[in-house]
Design a protein around this ligand. Structure first.
Ligand SMILES: Cc1cc2nc3c(=O)[nH]c(=O)nc-3n(C[C@H](O)[C@H](O)[C@H](O)COP(=O)(O)O)c2cc1C
Length: 104
């Protein structure tokens, strides 16, 4: 089982750690190749720009041996009532056919 998570401020990352304590598995951090700005106002602007453009930001890395994982627990924050665009990149980059996805 893989616990994939995107977290800007650390909240989702902390929850992913709790999930791992309960369910086991490996944590994979979804990281954009170009990290989002560290200050909140700039992050809001960048995220809105990427959402409006339906951007698919390049990621810093991929899950090694994704095919060996039968279930994926996927955590991310709510950004503008949807997923952050790096999470869209992750979802489109992996083949989840026939696999179980448990979002939080
Ligand atoms: C760019 C951005 C957009 C956000 N949009 C929303 C939103 O539409 N609705 C909401 O309830 N919270 C929104 N939030 C708040 C985050 O969902 C919330 O703080 C979350 O816990 C952050 O998780 P993290 O600390 O793992 O990054 C937004 C935060 C950011 C940075």
């Amino acid at each position: 089982m893989i616990i994939a998570c995107y977290s800007w401020g650390g909240t989702v990352r902390a929850i992913a750690g709790s999930v791992r304590g309960l369910a086991g598995g490996d944590i994979f951090g979804i990281e954009p190749a170009v990290p989002c700005a560290l200050d909140y106002e700039s992050c809001l602007k960048e995220a809105k720009r990427d959402l409006d453009a339906l951007a698919r930001p390049k990621l810093a890395g991929r899950v090694p041996d994704m095919e060996k994982h039968g279930e994926t627990i996927l955590g991310c924050p709510n950004w503008y009532s949807t997923i952050p665009m790096p999470v869209a990149t992750f979802l489109e980059d992996c083949d989840f056919s026939g696999k179980t996805m448990l979002p939080f």
